[in-house]
Design a binder for this molecule. Sequence first.
Ligand code: FES
Ligand code: FES
Length: 178
Amino acid sequence: MKVELTVNGAPVAWEIAPGDRLLDSLRAHGCASVKRGCETGDCGCCTILLDGEPAASCVVATAAARGRNVVTLEGLRGDPLLARLQEAFLAEGAVQCGYCTPALLLVAWTLLQSGGPVDEATARHALSGSLCRCTGYVKPLRALLAVAGRPGAQLRGGRGENGLRGRPAAAPRGEERP
Ligand code: FES
Ligand code: FES
C-alpha cells in the first residue's frame, strides 16, 4: 500500500506494509535521529513531532500518518533555536552517549518554540517523557532553562533522586495511549 505524508517539510509517498511503524519507516528513509529503544512507547528516544506534537513513533502506524505532518530532528537542521539548544547541551555536559539526545532536543525545542512561559516545572514536564541513562536528567534540564533565559536556576535532585523520572509522567506520546 502507498501512504502519502509530509516529512520535514517535503511531501513523500512511501510504499509500506500495513503493519509498518513510523519509527521503522522514518529510519528506512534516512531519519537516523529517530532512535529505536523500548518499542513500547515508554523510553521516548523515538520521539518525533506529529502535526506539531511530540509522539512516540514506535507506537504510531505509518498508515495512520497518512496526510499528516511529521518532523524529526533532521527537519530542524540550521534552525537557530536548535543551534542554541545544542550549544547549551554541550556546555552543560548534557550529551554523553547521545542516544536520547535527539528526542530531548526535539521536545526542548518544541517547548521553547511554543512561546509560552518556561519555568522549571514546564521544562521538567517537557523532558520527562525521555529516559536517559547517562546524565542524571539535571544537565538537560539546566540546558533547556539556560536557553529559556533562566540560567543558574536552583534545580532540585540529581541522578536517582528527584530527577525527571521521579516526576509525574508527561502526557503520553503514543496515539494508542491518550
Ligand atoms: S522506542 Fe521507546 S518510546 Fe519508542
Ligand atoms: S546521554 Fe546516554 S542515554 Fe542520555
